[in-house]
Design a protein around this ligand. Sequence first.
Ligand SMILES: NC(=O)c1ccc[n+]([C@@H]2O[C@H](COP(=O)([O-])OP(=O)(O)OC[C@H]3O[C@@H](n4cnc5c(N)ncnc54)[C@H](OP(=O)(O)O)[C@@H]3O)[C@@H](O)[C@H]2O)c1
Length: 231
Amino acid sequence: MKAKKICIVGASGKLGQYMIEHALAAGYQVSTVCREQSLPKIARFVGRIEMHAAPTDDADTIRQASQGCQAVLTVLVPWGMQRYASGTAQAVLNEAPEDARLIFSCGWHISLDGQDRYDWKLKAIVAVAGRIARWLRVVDIDDQVRATQQIFNSDRRWTVVRGSDLEEGDSEGLPVWSKHVGDPILASNRTRRTDFALFMVHAINDATLIQQAPAICSSKSESALRYSPQH
Ligand SMILES: NC(=O)c1ccc[n+]([C@@H]2O[C@H](COP(=O)([O-])OP(=O)(O)OC[C@H]3O[C@@H](n4cnc5c(N)ncnc54)[C@H](OP(=O)(O)O)[C@@H]3O)[C@@H](O)[C@H]2O)c1
């Protein structure tokens, strides 16, 4: 039987590389999109994945790379002042195959329904870091907000996965998730980056996540262990 195919957009970053590893391990054929200058970062996968070198907001490339894919997994990053995140989201929404699952990554600061409860620390980080980054013209956090608004307004089969603070290290298993930041199960605010990627790949076949914005946290974190229903 022919392996099912998925596309990873923004594949050369840390999250993207973990997603490639999990997708290959799960038996998917993998097509990737990343900037040309970043190809060396995924050189170790040559011969095992399809590579498309272009900016991730290039609509033609997204159409070609995602052809025949059952899912498109996209890393949304607020880099630069050229509307890169919203351009990338729009290209994927417009060009991915009609029935494809569309899974996007972002952070806890994004809110689907305004019901998230943020502590002062996260609010301060987003406000201060956002202002400094905009002043330096390297990051435009508002554009990630714009990107996710486009996704939330779409009637496609999307999921926006909201990552907590990330750390490197071995997998601790599939993260737990909740609809709202501020829920006790998420209080530890930590996830291994490899497990963020694992959740992105898992979401492809989890229909309960369609048109949801799960906020995730490590299943081995103190808050998850304390508040998970099975404990
Ligand atoms: N870092 C955190 O603590 C954190 C916390 C919560 C959620 N998240 C979310 O997790 C996801 C991955 O974040 P990450 O921090 O781990 O980063 P990452 O996976 O290393 O990804 C960084 C991405 O940004 C791209 N990039 C870097 N500089 C760029 C530029 N000047 N112009 C265009 N693209 C550029 C990279 O592409 P190249 O490879 O081409 O450079 C890469 O695709 C994001 O959706 C983020 O919102 C991160």
